[in-house]
Design a protein around this ligand. Structure first.
Ligand code: ASP
Length: 326
């Protein structure tokens, strides 16, 4: 029978306060998440499956890779219309983008979560799950890739970010905008993502550091990455993709040692571009730093994890990052 599969991983949406410790912890079962839905969803049969029950701050790259593989396996069932994944919001955009890069189907994959835990009277979880099931079952959502659905909006995996620590309207795609919205039981697709690319690596490379610049940062973090055997570094630089001179010198050493170094911006909007000399972005680009367009630091790290896992190196790696980063 045609159905949507609800795959649960934990997060605030599945959390309650433990009266013994006072800690809010993921503990609500997949079946209880289904039972809490207010929307009867009579027209969309639902299967539920538990993948994990943890806060998403505890999910690592191999676990997120296994989640993406499970999604692909579920979508192979011809009766599965789409998959909804419940997940903590802290790393929701990361698991969503990784699943998008690895997706082997045109069927919709919808990630959702909540900012208010399951035991709060005004929890946002049940509404977000119901909206996500409607989206996963909608023929119009085919080909949109993995998405985040939250607060009645849905967003492309590549573009969406968590922008507020606690409010329920936290997910935005900045100037790219949302893909569409859910109004009652209706799904409205307003645009389709143009920059999706997918890959089929056997593994992803987890040994990639993300280093954010602050005024006066030095080169220690980059040199440690090399000494510790990391396979690549992503820098969240200033503005258009600049670093302090000491970091530029360290980045040059890493590249000379054969390590890919990728530049993103610590600004929430806009793209990196090599412009400035005297140690700035132009100097970095001439040394071999790869500029990742307007991909965020965490998204560039995931793209790199997939590309290194798929065996990309040298110019092919650079071209792919520049084209997907755009
Ligand atoms: N604040 C988080 C959430 O929304 C905790 C986590 O990421 O699991 O679920």
């Amino acid at each position: 029978m045609p159905h949507v599969t609800l795959l649960t991983t934990g997060g605030t949406i599945a959390s309650r306060r433990d009266p013994a410790t006072g800690h809010v912890v993921a503990s609500v079962s997949a079946e209880d998440l289904r039972a809490a839905l207010h929307d009867p969803l009579d027209d969309i049969p639902l299967k539920v499956e538990s993948f994990a029950n943890v806060g998403s701050y505890a999910i690592d790259l191999p676990t997120s890779f296994a989640l993406a593989q499970r999604i692909n396996t579920l979508l192979e069932d011809p009766d599965c219309l789409g998959v909804v994944v419940t997940h903590g919001t802290d790393t929701l955009e990361e698991s969503c983008y990784l699943a998008d890069l690895l997706l082997r189907s045109e069927k919709p994959v919808v990630f959702t979560g909540a900012q208010r835990s399951a035991d709060e009277p005004d929890t946002d979880g049940p509404r977000n799950i119901a909206d996500s099931i409607r989206l996963a079952g909608a023929p119009a959502a085919r080909g949109l890739g993995a998405m985040i659905c939250f607060e009645q909006e849905f967003h492309a995996a590549r573009d969406v970010s968590k922008t507020h620590a606690s409010r329920t309207d936290t997910f935005h795609s900045y100037e790219h905008g949302k893909l569409g919205e859910i109004d009652g039981t209706d799904v409205y697709v307003m645009r389709r993502p143009a920059l999706r690319r997918t890959y089929t690596p056997e593994r992803v490379e987890p040994a990639i550091d993300l280093v954010t610049m602050a005024m006066g940062s030095d080169g220690r973090a980059l040199r440690h990455a090399l000494a510790d055997g990391m396979k690549a570094v992503v820098i969240q630089g200033f503005g258009r993709g600049n670093t302090p001179p000491a970091v530029t010198a360290a980045a040059t050493e890493l590249i000379a040692a054969g390590m890919p170094v990728v530049m993103t911006t610590r600004c929430p909007r806009g793209r990196v571009r090599p412009i400035y000399g005297n140690g700035g972005g132009k100097t970095l680009a001439e040394a071999g730093v790869i500029f990742a367009g307007d991909l965020s630091g965490v998204k560039a790290r995931l793209l790199l994890a997939v590309l290194l896992g798929a065996g990309f190196t040298g110019e092919a790696l650079r071209r792919e990052i520049e084209e997907v980063g755009s």
